[in-house]
Design a protein around this ligand. Sequence first.
Ligand SMILES: *Cc1c(COP(=O)(O)O)cnc(C)c1O
Length: 335
Amino acid sequence: MIDLRSDTVTRPTDAMRRAMMHAAVGDDVYGEDPTVNRLEELAAERLGFDAAVFVPSGTQSNLIALMSHCERGDEFLVGHAAHTYKYEGGGAAVLGSIQPQPLSMRADGSISLKLIEQAIKPDDPHFARTRLLCLENTHHGRILPLDFIDEATSLAGDYGLATHLDGARIFNAAVATDTAASEIAEHFDSVSVCLSKGLGAPVGTVLCGSTNLIDTARRWKKVTGGGWRQAGILAAAGVWALEHHVERLQDDHRHARELARGLEPINGIDIEVPETNMVWVDLPPETLSKLCAFLEQRGIMVSGRDRLRLVTHLDVSDDDVQRVIRAFDVFFQGV
Ligand SMILES: *Cc1c(COP(=O)(O)O)cnc(C)c1O
């Protein structure tokens, strides 16, 4: 099986499983799990913050970040296709009474500064209080330009807004641009980082921020049912991922480029040059569904609702990439 649906499908390596098996553990709700504490310190250090909290999912991390920055009746500015707006069940509104103000997002995840500025509401009881700007990096595998991050977060600062980065794949952006993750993160008041995507841990996300913000986030973590006990078993995988699986994201990016290069000559399909670990392919809808079925028969799983998305990760090898290219060749020769 070659599973290119997402980088969430990675399985822990043998070395990671050994680290998990031997992890020292304690009750994390009491703050007594040494491995969780170590992961939180390591994540805070890597991202350049004073504190971090380890939570089960990226969705919970973003939710408790929003609930820590905003109160009932506040509003956050967010891209219309951002995960925090579109793919988290409306959690901020449902559970936090925080209103999203979606803004049209460009393909690279950036938003017009003019749109951002126009969306910031004046202090007037007619309006929700605009409190936070939320950005995403990477967005659909695209790297959010650093210049944009700088300008957008400065603009937010001018209006007294806080800033949050959904950095589920921030390390992909950092490695691809040869930038320290902390250089991207330093523009934000909080950053959420998934350990269970390309970094290959089975479970978990870390939310980084100031000590005050993370203290508040810990409350919301507990309130939303995220208080876990001997979570050091999982944190050990996170520590292993941060120490061993960051630089190797380059391999995933190289695989994505090789895949794109191999598929590009095929007639009738349109490929975007990948910036990180996602290859997007456009083809007519009838071809798309036939292709997905054809690939599945050959043990290749892809995700293709409107566009085909091929995601490279820890469990995709050089050979796998060549096998996928050959399968596409065979399919398109028959079309
Ligand atoms: C996966 C993802 C999340 C949420 O992570 P879960 O652990 O699946 O809840 C948030 N933001 C982005 C951009 C993601 O890709």
